[in-house]
Design a protein around this ligand. Structure first.
Ligand SMILES: [Zn+2]
Length: 366
C-alpha cells in the first residue's frame, strides 16, 4: 500500500478530485482509495521532501446515463446535466422512431458524450415490418444515416471514443439492437450497413473497437444489455412479454465483454437500456436495474418515461454513476423537478468501502 498526497488538477471539466491525504490500495478491481489511519497520516506528513513516484491523478467523475428517450428530451435536459455537475453523458439510444430532430438536439449537447442508437432509431429501416409502415420516402432520404451523421464520432456503436482526460474509453456494442439471440430478423440491415452477417462477426467487430482503445479502463455502452445476467422476466434483460421469462440480452455483447477482459482491460461499467424498468406483464416498476458481477457494474438505465409532466411541474430522471479512479463507487436514479431540484434519489449501488450507508434499493426523498 502506498501513501501519497493528492494534487487536484483542472481537466477542463467539473472533476471533483479529493485534496485529502489518501491511501492507494491495489484490489481485484483496480486501485482503491481509503482514508489512512491517523498515526500513519502524521508519519507521512513528517516525511522530508523526496521524489514521489509518478501516478495518475486521483479523480471522481460523475457520469449521467440517459435511458431510452422515446422523444422525451428538451432544452431543460442540457440545463439539468450542467446543474448536476455531470462530466460525461452516456446515451443508450431509442431517441424516438427515427426522430432526427431529437438526435440533432442531443448532438448539440456541449458536455463530453457518447451515444449508441437503438432499435427505435431504425424503426422504419431495419425490418420488413417497419419498412412497410415507413411514413417518409426511403428512396429520397435515409434517416438512419442522418442520425449517424449528426452524432458523428459521439456515436460509438461498433466503435469507441477515448476520453483521455478521464482516463477511460467508451466502447460501443452493436448499434440498433433489438435484443435476444435470433439474428435473422435484421440480417439484411446489418449486412448492408455494416457487412455483418452473424453474432460471431458482430462480436469480432466490437472486440476490434475495444482492442483499439487508448485507455486500459473501458466502459461499454450498448442499447440492449449483454446475455447472461438472468433469465427471469424481472431480471436486468429478462423477457417480460408473453410468455414471460428468458434472457433477452445480446449474446455478441456478452462475448465481446469477456474477450475484452482477456485483453487486459478493466471494465468498471457496462450500461444500456432497451428493456424498460416497468415490466410489461405486471405493469410494475420492478425490473432489476443493476447487477454487480466480476468487478463490473451492469446498469440498465431505461426508466421510461424519463420525463413526466404533472399539472404544475415537470419531472425528469437521470441515472448517475460516480467513478473514482476507474471504480464505480455509487450508482443512483435521480429525479429532478422543473426548478432543477432533486426530488428523489434511489441509490442502486454503493461501494461500502467508500461509505457506511446501506446500498441496494435505498430510496430517500431529498
Ligand atoms: Zn429499444
Amino acid at each position: 500500500m502506498a501513501c501519497v498526497r493528492n494534487v487536484s488538477k483542472d481537466y477542463g471539466c467539473s472533476t471533483q478530485a479529493s485534496q485529502n491525504l489518501i491511501m492507494l490500495e491495489k484490489t481485484g478491481k483496480g486501485i482503491r482509495m481509503t482514508e489512512p489511519p491517523h498515526d500513519q497520516t502524521s508519519q507521512v506528513q513528517q516525511l522530508p521532501t523526496q521524489k514521489t513516484p509518478t501516478i495518475a491523478p486521483l479523480t471522481t467523475i460523475t457520469i449521467a446515463v440517459i435511458g431510452d428517450v422515446h422523444d422525451r428530451w428538451d432544452a431543460d435536459d442540457a440545463i439539468a446535466l450542467k446543474h448536476l455537475g455531470v462530466d460525461l453523458v452516456l446515451l443508450v439510444g431509442d431517441f424516438g422512431n427515427e426522430s432526427v430532430n431529437v438526435v440533432r438536439s442531443i448532438a448539440a449537447l456541449d458536455i463530453p458524450k457518447a451515444a449508441i442508437l437503438g432499435n427505435h432509431d431504425a424503426w422504419y429501416s431495419a425490418t420488413e415490418w417497419g419498412i412497410k409502415k415507413c411514413p417518409y420516402d426511403r428512396t429520397q432520404e435515409d434517416r438512419v444515416q442522418q442520425q449517424l451523421d449528426l452524432l458523428g464520432e459521439a456515436h460509438v456503436g461498433y466503435g469507441k471514443l477515448d476520453f483521455p482526460a478521464f482516463n477511460l474509453t467508451v466502447v460501443g456494442a452493436r448499434p440498433f439492437s433489438w435484443g435476444g439471440s435470433e439474428w435473422k430478423n435484421t440480417d439484411s440491415f446489418y449486412r448492408s450497413r455494416y457487412g455483418i452477417t452473424s453474432f460471431a462477426e458482430s462480436t469480432e467487430r466490437i472486440v476490434e473497437a475495444a482492442s483499439s482503445s487508448a485507455c486500459d479502463t473501458v466502459i461499454f455502452l450498448g442499447h440492449c444489455g449483454p446475455k447472461g445476467l438472468g433469465d427471469r422476466a424481472e431480471d436486468i434483460c429478462g423477457r417480460d412479454w408473453s410468455p414471460p421469462g428468458g434472457d433477452h440480452g445480446d449474446p455478441d455483447f456478452a462475448e465481446a465483454i469477456e474477450a475484452t477482459r482477456k485483453l487486459g482491460k478493466t471494465i468498471p461499467l457496462v450500461t444500456f437500456g432497451h428493456m424498460h424498468h416497468q415490466l410489461r406483464h405486471t405493469k410494475q416498476h420492478q425490473r432489476v436495474s443493476i447487477v454487480d458481477r466480476d468487478g463490473t457494474i451492469y446498469l440498465n438505465a431505461a426508466n421510461v418515461p424519463r420525463i413526466v409532466k404533472t399539472d404544475t411541474d415537470c419531472h425528469r430522471n437521470f441515472s448517475l454513476v460516480s467513478l473514482q479512479n476507474g471504480i464505480v463507487t455509487k450508482a443512483s436514479l435521480v429525479w429532478l423537478n422543473q426548478g432543477m431540484t432533486p426530488i428523489s434519489e434511489t441509490v442502486l449501488y454503493q461501494d461500502e468501502t467508500f461509505s457506511s450507508k446501506p446500498h441496494q434499493g435505498r430510496e430517500a426523498i431529498v
